[in-house]
Design a protein around this ligand. Structure first.
Ligand code: SAM
Length: 306
């Protein structure tokens, strides 16, 4: 049984009267090998609300190329049905990784879909891409920041979170290493410089000193305070096997302005390895045919209870 639990309840972000949002992640843990399926499943639910979308993935090459069919988030999102996401921008440093992503883009047969594959440091390339290709305020947009440890500069998070000016902010899935964070900090030759770039200020020292079980919530709070996200939660991702079995390896911070987002992420978390619900079922549940999009990309649905 995993040793750490995560109770997702933050009174400041839950409208009064709404059912308490609580998820004991250790009771049905998401394992590291299922983290891409978590993203895919969540976005599959969400697209029934938005019926369109842009997916940005800053560290998108498959970590396990031999298991990319089940573990590469970019591949899973591209292949997810219904194929209503219109725009993709996939970044990575790795040349073989980029070749893999280019093959995915070449194999695309979905009409009216644009897939950009960009090689380079995403801390440079992603902000440059957004500057060149501003995201329309009404476009539902999601950004996966699946770094291994310290690869994602805080300034990149800032560029993503502050990109939209009036609509719902770009929704973020940010991976914070937990299982090896202390070892990785200890191994840095110049932590003051490297971690200032990664964390954006000296509070990495506060993070480093606090118990691992509190770090996810600490960072989730930062997304709310620093950028004004309406919701931000930390979801535990656990190690299944080996000497670290049962330990939290990552915290996935999910930050969104959309009121359906926390509920849908909890649903995706609970069901991550269950067979996907049929499209017809989700259409009925989400009232997709009856949904009407509001000015900032959020949606009024026939059935708000998920
Ligand atoms: C944890 S893996 C990503 C796994 C992937 N999201 C998946 O679902 O399989 C991290 C990736 O980041 C890439 N990477 C590391 N530093 C980078 C940087 N500065 N810019 C872009 N990519 C980087 C690595 O090449 C690696 O493919």
């Amino acid at each position: 049984m995993p040793e750490e639990q995560c109770h997702l309840f933050d009174p400041s972000s839950i409208p009064i009267g709404e059912k308490k949002l609580e998820l004991k992640t250790a009771e049905a843990p998401v394992w590291t090998e299922n983290k891409a399926q978590l993203i895919q499943r969540y976005l599959r639910y969400f697209v029934f609300i938005t019926k369109h979308g842009t997916y940005l993935d800053a560290f998108s090459a498959p970590q396990s190329p031999d298991h990319a069919d089940v573990s590469c988030a970019a591949k899973l999102v591209l292949e997810s049905d219904p194929k209503w996401f219109r725009n993709f921008a996939l970044f990575d440093l790795s040349k073989p990784g980029i070749a893999f992503l280019q093959n995915l883009a070449t194999a695309n047969t979905v009409t009216k879909r644009t897939i950009h594959v960009i090689q380079g440091d995403s801390n440079v390339e992603l902000p440059a891409f957004l500057a060149k290709n501003p995201i329309p305020e009404k476009e539902a947009t999601f950004c996966l920041l699946d770094q291994r440890t310290f690869e994602c500069d805080w300034q990149t998070v800032v560029e993503v979170a502050k990109h939209k000016k009036t609509g719902n902010k770009i929704e973020v899935f940010y991976f914070l290493a937990q299982g090896w964070l202390d070892r990785s900090i200890a191994a840095l030759g110049n932590p003051e410089v490297d971690l200032l770039k990664w964390w954006g200020n000296d509070d990495w020292k506060v993070l480093a000193k606090m118990p691992g079980s509190e770090r996810g919530i600490y960072l989730a709070e930062r997304f709310k305070k620093e950028f004004g996200y309406r919701y931000a939660y930390a979801f535990a991702i656990y190690q299944r096997d080996g000497i670290d079995a049962g330990k939290v390896m990552f915290w996935m911070i999910h930050a969104s302005d959309h009121e359906e987002a926390p509920k849908l992420m909890m649903r995706a978390y609970r069901n991550v390895v269950a067979p996907l619900e049929p499209i017809e079922q989700l259409k009925m549940e989400f009232g997709a045919d009856a949904a009407s999009t509001t000015a900032n990309g959020s949606v009024a649905t026939a059935n708000p209870q998920r």
